[in-house]
Design a protein around this ligand. Structure first.
Ligand SMILES: [Mn+2]
Length: 324
């Protein structure tokens, strides 16, 4: 039903803005690229604009350099597009400054799979069972009767790979595998994609991982395990923040860990970002929501303000301790 409405809205409009959440990862970026490509094949104009750059690990994706950063836009007026498509984003606020480009009467299409999605669109297609927004773009291509090109298949496959941790997380379904099989059938080099997304890491990022792990901590019962990424560590290693995107997998895989946390300092003093990963007994979306964040039941994030890192840690751990 919602999917048909998305198709109707796409057919009715001509100039599209496509955006995704700040600090985008593979699902956000891959879904955007596939979406833009499909629209162009329908004879539409599509411009991808994000506040933050794509992660380094995704720079191999076809078309990635056609994503424009908000800060590089010469014309920042609203209303240049007759429709906005927001992918992989739980709230409109999460697209950051790009929101300012959407005119008051511009219809917004919301395509997402986050449990915390607040149905911000004029057309909302939210499938909380989808492992990745990429799966939904795949379904959309079917509905549009467009056979995916190899490049589109690669971007969608990468989106799915990131959000399922390469088919390891519990959100992976039989449907996920069936979609993957069809995508692979378009001639993808699965091994190369896997290496780009999960294995290849710069020397600097590997050094950074060492610094981050040297500060690993756990609660007395071992059910909560967390790490910190500080600006000092970034400086010492020479790595960029986005290269640390998979680091949370380290505390997460500690035996007995029910909730893994990844804290990081931001450029703003007193502002900290926290990523959460939970086991199946713990809903980390609920924990992140208490701090104005959100995401999925097993993976979520939030931003908090605190006087110092110790205080930020204490505030968050208190809420996590209640849940475990
Ligand atoms: Mn996603």
């Amino acid at each position: 039903m919602s999917l048909s409405k998305v198709v109707d809205a796409i057919r009715r409009h001509k100039r599209f803005l496509i955006s995704a959440h700040i600090d985008p990862e593979g699902d956000a970026v891959g879904s955007q690229l596939a979406m833009a490509s499909l629209l162009k094949r329908l004879g539409k104009k599509a411009v991808m604009i994000d506040e933050d750059p794509p992660p380094t690990s995704c720079m191999f994706l076809p078309g990635i350099r056609s994503i424009t950063l908000y800060k590089d836009l010469k014309d920042k007026r609203a209303g240049k597009f007759d429709c906005a498509i927001i992918v992989d984003c739980p709230t409109l606020e999460r697209i950051g400054k790009v929101k300012g480009l959407i005119g008051g009467d511009t219809p917004v299409i919301n395509i997402d799979h986050h449990v915390s999605n607040d149905m911000f669109g004029d057309v909302n297609w939210v499938d909380r069972k989808a492992a990745a927004t990429g799966e939904m773009i795949f379904e959309l291509s079917k509905k549009l009767r467009l056979r995916l090109t190899r490049d589109e298949a690669e971007t969608i496959y990468s989106a799915i790979l990131i959000d399922t941790g390469s088919f390891r997380y519990s959100n992976t379904s039989a449907k996920t595998h069936m979609i993957a099989a069809e995508l692979i059938g378009e001639g993808l080099d699965m091994n190369a994609i896997y290496e780009h997304l999960f294995e290849l890491r710069s020397f600097q990022a590997t050094y950074l991982l060492g610094l981050v792990l040297s500060g690993i901590k756990k609660s007395r019962d071992g059910k909560i395990v967390w790490v910190w990424l500080t600006k000092r560590m970034l400086k010492e290693s020479g790595a960029s923040f986005d290269e640390a995107e998979n680091f949370i997998g380290m505390p997460r895989s500690v035996k007995g860990c029910k909730a893994a946390l990844f804290f990081r300092e931001t450029d703003k003093k007193g502002v900290y970002k926290v990523s959460f990963r939970g086991s199946k007994e713990i809903d980390v979306n609920k924990i992140a929501s208490k701090f104005g964040g959100g995401g999925h039941a097993r993976a979520s994030g939030c931003t908090i303000k605190a006087a110092n890192p110790k205080q930020a840690e204490k505030t968050v751990l208190k809420e996590v301790a209640k849940a475990v």
